[in-house]
Design a protein. Structure first.
Length: 143
């Protein structure tokens, strides 16, 4: 009987070691949505709960932004013009967005995948300000 319980505990420990870690430093205060003069601001939001628990790394114009987790967001300042948000490596999800300086944009990031398919796949969607603010309620800032 002791052997069975030892095996179960070992299995649980191994499975819990595979779970993605949450970001170490998180800001959980109320989100202040602000623009930047002369720049467009993109809030990349991943809501909680999300379709998947997997971490997905995001790229902006061939520049690594970082990993996203459910319930987190990035604030990205970019010059006006066309920009491309995409997944990293095997993650081929992408969105091209045209932005104007002195404006704020909200992009929802959703990720699919599971323990069977451990490669995340990103979906990006431009959303309006009302939905963006609602998605950011309670979200934690990354980066």
């Amino acid at each position: 009987m002791l052997r069975i319980w030892t095996g179960i505990l070992a299995l649980v420990a191994l499975l819990s070691a595979c779970a993605p870690l949450a970001p170490a430093v998180r800001e959980t205060q109320a989100v202040r949505i602000e623009g930047t003069p002369g720049m467009a601001v993109i809030y990349l939001v991943r809501t909680a709960p999300d379709i998947s628990y997997l971490t997905a790394t995001v790229v902006l114009d061939d520049r690594l932004v970082g990993p996203t987790y459910a319930g987190t967001y990035y604030r990205l300042e970019v010059p006006g013009g066309r920009h491309r948000l995409s997944g990293f490596a095997q993650d081929s999800g992408a969105l091209n967005v045209d932005v104007q300086a002195d404006r704020i944009y909200f992009i929802q990031h959703s990720v699919t995948g599971s323990w069977r398919s451990t490669n995340p796949f990103s979906f990006f969607k431009l959303i309006d300000e009302t939905r963006g603010r609602a998605a950011m309620a309670g979200a934690s800032k990354l980066g």
